[in-house]
Design a protein around this ligand. Sequence first.
Ligand code: ADP
Ligand code: MG
Length: 684
Amino acid sequence: MTSEIRPINLDDDLTYIKGIGPTLSQAFKTLGIETVRDLIYFAPRRYDDYSNLLKVKEFKPGLISAKLTINNINAKYVRRGLHITEALGSDESGSVKLVWFNQPYRAKNIKTNISYYVSGKFGLSSGRMLIVNPALEVESDFPINTNGILPIYKTNKNLTVNQIRKSIRAVYGHNFKVDDYMPSVIIKEEKLISLADALKNLHFPKSTLDLTNARLRLSFDEIFALSLVSFKNREILKKEHANVVDIDVELAKKFIKKLPFDLTDSQRAVIWQIYLDLAKESPMNRLLEGDVGSGKTVVALMSALMVMNKGWQVAFLAPTEVLAKQHANTIFKLLKGLGLEKQVGLLVGSMSASQKKMVKEKLAKKEILLIVGTHALLESDVSLSRLALLIVDEQHRFGVNQRKVLQRNAKTTPHLLTLSATPIPRSLALTFFGELSISRLSEKPFKSTEITTEIVAESNINHVYDVIEKQIKDGHQVFVVCPLIIQNESKSRRKDVYSVYDELKEVFPRFKLGLLHGKLSADEKDKVLSDFVSKKLDLIVSTTVIEVGVDVPNATVMAIFDSESFGLAQLHQLRGRVGRGESSSYCFLIGDEDISKNERMNSLVKLTNGFELAEVDLKIRGPGAFYGLSQHGLSDLRFTEFSNLDYIKRVKKIAQQFFKTFHLSDFKQLDDKVSELASIRTLD
Ligand code: ADP
Ligand code: MG
């Protein structure tokens, strides 16, 4: 039998595993798992401890595990949709009742003359102490669902925990090698367990100590590798040369004078930081964080102004066409005062071929010095031979890579300024983004209006509808956000865009409603958004695709269904879509009956500052759930407790020491891993 089990490689497709066929491997794909490596790195969400075998007389309510023989099996259909199997499990100390609901196969499978491992929850049910739906396994079958510390994995409608456990067990039935990329000096000094052991213990821990050691090793790896990424990036940047942009203070003053508003102190400070960077020979790598509405665009424009003043070019990349057009409009108006508006261009996918051609020609001739656009800018026939500054809005993760694409063969590296409304908590930023300079716009221009944030139970939804009706009748517009696009088969009760849209059409038959979600084509999305911007629509029902930067000052209501399913920073960004005009605005956090007790929702009502909210989110939910970390690349940290900052700092120090002492390139496997992580952080 063992002869059919062949050795495998970590990069093999899952179908190489004995027992995993095309159907199961397809199901794993829906969890993002394609290779053997993906599967063995698939971290359990938590564990249930069934490792303590008890005698029946020792049972207490809770999770229990025992070795029992099983008798008195009785299976019956009680009524349509309800089948019950009952049995008696016994050891020498006593007996306990076992009950399975809707598992009719149980009665057929149970043998009465052998002993089973039984694991499940012991407790009171219909007036009796019993175990409901226990797992049963025979010793010789290598139990994976009983008698141990059992991993609980994230599942979906295609896969059960049992299938995942079985598949991982099947992987470990093969021979394979896990290369340990960690230098042995580090392993020795830090007393780390091997990578192979760590991964195995993650799925089959024999004790909590096994588990602690496994997590410690895997977390060490992540922090160590990400720190190295940051050191390496910094070193590479240091060797590169940028155009030195000296600053024309008179021009800056003239521009500020023509602005229809006064800059905030915070804007002035940040602009100055950027000017100092631009005047250096090494390329700027700066992240500008600022809440929605904090005025990042004008800061970006003042940076661009100095580059244009030297006759060099600036590319301003936006994530969507609507945003690109919005930025181009704003910039056009602001530069008109200086007579520089002719140097501004727009390049987006929906433009006609001849329009695009004209813009590209003007770029090649350096008539356009500031080009605003979407990914269309990255196409190879776009000539930006004098590119000295790249500004990337709301897409930090792509910035470094796009700089490389746009740089083409030029010797000088463009300065890079990324704009983001999702703050990285300070503590994490310092550790993992050492190569990045960070500026913050900490105050909002005073004109932004009051937003009333209210927590509303769904039973009270009419209150929200009343406000929506009144606002639309007053000529304002409304966003309604839901977590799902369409209801899935598992009948989750969460709200989806389509059913809410239908419901609202009935509630507001006279209003013009639009529908928006990520599965629409880019053209469809842009059409809905521009209809909303031009007031052809009163209300749009949307998923979170609208969270990025859309500026519709006339919108005054943001109503979010199932708001508890979103991260705080994300809710805060959504809220920032309103309150951008003259009129007072509303944000409704809608949810279950007990939503008013939710700590995160209440912190949203209390706090209006995105930076404070980010720290609260990190504290309450941990980084795994923290929205925006994937955007910043920190989602690569799967095993690390972010609350344990001391540990993170310690590992970073070790990495620093290592980086100073050795050449990373002498450790090929580690270097590959670091390069791989670096590319994950910059590509998608
Ligand atoms: P965000 O940081 O969300 O990108 P924007 O740059 O879009 O914010 O700015 C939001 C609005 O605030 C714009 O209409 C902009 O013109 C305006 N604005 C920017 N700075 C100031 C300021 N100092 N005073 C008043 N309004 C400002
Ligand atoms: Mg913006």
